[in-house]
Design a protein around this ligand. Structure first.
Ligand SMILES: Cc1ncc(COP(=O)(O)O)c(C=O)c1O
Length: 316
């Protein structure tokens, strides 16, 4: 497994059930329902340094809305409003001011707590927000030089099996099986196909494929994919760069003969893919469109592009 995924995490404070508490006290009982059956929802959000020791959270409200949508999909009642959760994300960083000079990753999670056991139980919902420093998910080298991906033997589940608009804890077993298979086989990341054999997404990222003539494609939202917020950011950036994207289905061999492939995700940011299933993609290094998106994304999240300033929530 890659060392970046295994990094030991610490910070000082965690927001839990409405209060800031020390990191070491943010524990749950072993009878926590979600631990047994996976009934939880979560988010991954990044805050970036914007200069003068300040942090800003990228597309915070969109992440919290998706969090609330995920909870709604699994019929989990959250005892906090959108505004309270937005403020809690700000507070968990504010109380640790100076702790994350290189930026932070925020993990809101809501899950069914302990009490009754069994699939019909209705225990109180617990909510926590943790922040820690998390470097490039697929490694700095991966971001710079591109990664090697493998089409998985695991399939993205059918839309009647997975609730694809939700970021639901239990659904991630499918991603973990695919990721482990890929890493144990010597690759960096897994690409999952849908049940018809079309490219869906990577284990924790959306996929973009650029044909040799510069046409950019990504699977549409009718595929069994998470509606990635980075995917949406990149669609906007590409449109503003005068390069609209086709949201269409494509097969794995379209990746083999692509000029460029890249993944998008809050954790992975913009990660170029230099090889798929042992076929070199394009020149075998990040291509010009990938690099321009990557460079612009890097500036946007750090508040260096005023036209996208509305996506940033300062931690103040
Ligand atoms: C399965 C999956 N697809 C795509 C993404 C990318 O989504 P986002 O850009 O909102 O982080 C993620 C990460 O949240 C994910 O877990």
């Amino acid at each position: 497994m890659s060392s970046t995924s295994n990094a030991v995490l610490t910070a000082d404070q965690v927001w839990m059930d409405g209060k800031l508490i020390p990191w070491a006290d943010a524990n749950v009982h072993v009878m926590t329902h979600a631990l047994h059956y996976g009934l939880g929802v979560f988010e991954g959000i990044r805050a970036y340094p914007t200069g003068n020791g300040q942090l800003a959270i990228f597309r915070l409200r969109e992440h919290i809305r998706r969090f609330l949508d995920s909870a709604h999909i699994i019929m989990m009642k959250l005892p906090f409003t959108e505004d309270q959760l937005v403020q809690a994300c700000i507070d968990v960083l504010k109380v640790q001011a100076g702790r994350f000079p290189n930026g932070a990753y925020l993990r809101p999670i809501a899950f069914m707590g302990d009490g009754a056991m069994g699939l019909g139980a209705q225990n109180p919902t617990r909510v926590a927000i943790t922040a820690w420093e998390w470097g490039s998910y697929l490694g700095d080298k991966g971001i710079r030089e591109g990664i090697r991906a493998k089409v998985s033997s695991f399939t993205r589940m059918h839309v009647n099996v997975n609730m694809v608009r939700g970021k639901i804890s239990g659904q991630y077993v499918n991603s973990i099986l695919a990721k482990r298979e890929a890493v144990l086989a010597g690759y960096d990341e897994a690409i999952l196909l849908d049940i018809s054999g079309f490219v869906a997404e990577a284990s924790g990222e959306n996929v973009f494929c650029i044909g040799r003539h510069g046409v950019v494609r990504t699977p549409s939202l009718s595929s069994p994919i998470l509606r990635g917020i980075t995917r949406d950011t990149v669609l906007t950036i590409l449109k503003d760069l005068g390069r609209p994207v086709e949201e269409v289905s494509f097969t794995r061999d379209a990746l083999y003969i692509a000029g460029e492939v890249f993944f998008t995700g809050t954790a992975a940011e913009i990660t170029p893919v230099r090889e798929v299933d042992n076929r070199q993609v394009g020149e075998g290094k990040p291509g010009p469109i990938t690099l321009s998106v990557q460079q612009l994304y890097h500036r946007v999240v750090r508040g260096q592009e005023p036209r996208y300033a509305h996506w940033l929530t300062p931690v103040a």
